[in-house]
Structure formats: C-alpha cells, structure tokens
Design a protein around this ligand. Structure first.
Ligand code: SF4
Length: 366
C-alpha cells in the first residue's frame, strides 16, 4: 500500500451515532439472543450470550445458546441446575472457567437479586465472571444505559475511525477513550450492537468495504488510505510447544475417564488420563508410559493429537489398551455411547476420535 504509519493523526469528536444507527435500523444482523425491533431485550439472554461470546465466534455460540436457553429458560432455572450438568452442556465451547462462573453468577442473581440482573455497570461488575466489557455490554444492550462497549470488532472500527497508529495491545486505553466520545445517551444498546455489526460485516480485518460504510465520511484511516493496516499489532510471541501422553483404556464398550482438578486449565472437566504436559522434546523423550493408569499392553496410535491453547501448543501421543479389571482407582468407566454427553473438552474429544478412528462422528450432537 506504500502508506506510512509513522505520523500521528489529528483526532476529534465525530458525530457517528446518527448515521450508524440509521444503518443499523436497515442492516442489523439477526442473532438468536438479540431482541427484534420493538421488543425488549431479555437481560438473561444478553448475559448468557455475552459470556459465551467471550473468545468465541458468533457461529460457534449459536447452537450452544439455543440449547442452554431451551434447557434453562430463566436465570433461576440455571441457578438450580447442578454445576456438572452446566459443564456438560458447555463442553466443546472452551475456556471452561466461564461455565463455572456462569453458574456461580446465576446463583448470586437468583439468591441476592431476586432473579433480576442489576442494571448498572458498577453492580454488574461485582457478579462472578462479569468483567468491565461484559458489564458495559449488559448495561447497554439489556438496559439501554449509555455504557461504552469495546470488543474486538469495535476496537478495529475505532482504531480506523481515528487512525490510531499505536499497536495493540498498548493502544487499547486510547481506543476506549475515543470510543467513549462516540457513545450516544439515547439508544446506547443499539449503538453498541451497531458498532459490533459494522466491525463484523463492513469494517472487516483484511478488506474493509469502506464504500458501503455509513461512517466513510468521518473515517480518518479511510481518508489517509491506511484502513486495512489498522489496528497495528505488536509482533506475536511464538507459542511454546508442550508434549504429553494419554491413555485410552477400554473395557468392553466403556472407556476409563477421570475428572481434572477444579482449579486450573480445563478445571473440573473430564479427561482421558495422561502424563503432565511439559516441554520435553519429542525425540528421545520417554513415551510417558510411567503415567499409564495401569500396566497393560499399551499400543501407540500412529500420529499425534494437536491442540492450541491460548498460551501453548499441545502435542499428545495416544496409547490404547483394553483391560478386564473393573476397579481402576481415580476415575470412572463411561459407556462409549454416552461420551457425547460428557463434559469432555475439545482436546479430549480429539483424543477420543484419534483413539477410535473407525468409530465415525462421536460428537455429532455439538
Ligand atoms: S470507512 Fe472503512 S475503515 Fe473506516 S470505519 Fe468504515 S469500513 Fe472501517
């Protein structure tokens, strides 16, 4: 593109609300958790969707949201559910502490707030699992409060509107300040959703469709021809690789699983037992059989299971064996045809599929 990011832009307030809301009235995305025109937003649905959407795409969240709402239509119903059932429904959605906090939050809202979510950012922020972003989103979308909501889509739009050249993540406070200057007092919820929709459909990461954008005339990055270069990003650190082994032990049509500790990564979820995940080199490393749940004729399945977490990439060797022993301490036998309903995180679903390549789609329900 040949444009430089070195010169700081001039900035100022921009009358973005009116053209953006007019655009939103015509082009708002239809989403399962979103109130239609003229309807009141359901705070429970807004909260549930916002927790699910953290770190997760709209397309992935859709079926989970629909299942949760069908099974637990109110915050009181969710609060009354056993946490294990909530974890099972959440399985595959990732970042599992969210599910635990979701349940804890439902209990607080049911027990201490009479089943009604507080309406302002300050009180919402005191609830489990609700950080500044989510509190602002609920206050704006569910209750029409003039809170400024900044997710990844909004970050991109604001960085471009004001041609903010500093890279993410350092530029975030600057983006928040600028975003706050845009938020209108009226229709704050629609404005927040309009910004998200604009980022998701028009002001997209690689090729923003500026000629269809309602903010084209206000946009500094568009005027300077640097829209697609923003927001700039600090170079990513390479993710370290961790390796481990896990053990697929079957007895007839059951497999032996155990529950992970409540605290830490994938806390409280079920897993195929295995070694710790560490950074040992693949070549020359011990296969990890010392971590097998019992002595057996373990066979390594060719290939590896790979999964990327936020802070590391994982490679797992999978070993399989069968046993007749009923009693194996530290876990439980689970029928193979009930696997899909277990609280198995995605990495463990991959392990199951790797261990039983001929079993067909094990987790079609998700
Ligand atoms: S004009 Fe282009 S870069 Fe600016 S907000 Fe609209 S789509 Fe994004």
């Amino acid at each position: 593109m040949g444009k430089s990011l070195e010169n700081p832009p001039e900035t100022g307030n921009k009358p973005a609300a009116a053209p953006l809301l007019a655009w939103y009235d015509r082009h708002a995305r239809v989403l399962p958790w979103r109130a239609r025109k003229g309807e009141r937003a359901d705070p429970y649905a807004v909260w549930l969707s916002e927790i699910m959407l953290q770190q997760t795409t709209v397309a992935t969240v859709g079926p989970y949201f629909t299942r949760f709402l069908a099974r637990w239509p109110t915050v009181a119903a969710l609060a009354a559910a056993p946490v294990e059932e909530v974890m099972k429904e959440w399985a595959g959605l990732g970042y599992y502490s969210r599910a635990r906090n979701l349940h804890a939050c439902a209990r607080v809202v049911a027990a201490e707030h009479g089943g009604k979510f507080p309406e302002n950012v300050e009180d919402l922020s005191k609830l489990p699992g609700i950080g500044p972003y989510t509190a602002a989103a609920i206050a704006a979308i569910a209750f029409g409060r003039p809170a400024t909501v900044v997710d990844g889509n909004v970050e991109r739009v604001v960085a471009r509107l004001f041609a903010l050249r500093n890279p993410l993540p350092q530029v975030k406070p600057e983006i928040r300040k600028k975003a706050a200057t845009l938020t209108p007092l009226k229709r704050a919820g629609d404005f927040a959703q309009a910004m998200m929709d604009l980022g998701a459909t028009i002001c997209t990461p690689k090729s923003p469709a500026c000629n269809r954008c309602p903010l084209e005339n206000l946009c500094d990055a568009r005027a300077e021809g640097i829209a697609a270069l923003l927001p700039a990003r600090a170079p990513k650190k390479e993710r370290p690789v961790r390796r481990g082994a896990c053990f697929w032990l079957t007895r007839g049509d059951e497999v032996w699983l155990r529950r992970r500790p409540e605290k830490g990564l994938l806390g409280g979820m079920m897993e195929v037992p295995g070694s710790p995940w560490d950074s040992r080199e693949a070549e020359g490393a011990k296969p990890g059989l010392e971590h097998a749940p019992l002595e057996a004729d373990w066979k390594r399945v060719p290939g590896k299971v790979e999964h990327t977490f936020t802070h590391f990439h994982l490679e797992l060797d999978v070993f399989t064996a069968t046993t007749r022993k009923k009693s194996v301490p530290g876990g439980e036998w689970v029928p193979l045809d009930r696997l899909a309903g277990e609280a198995l995180p995605t990495v463990m679903r991959k392990v199951a599929a790797h261990a039983m390549p001929d079993a067909g789609p094990l987790f079609a329900k998700r």
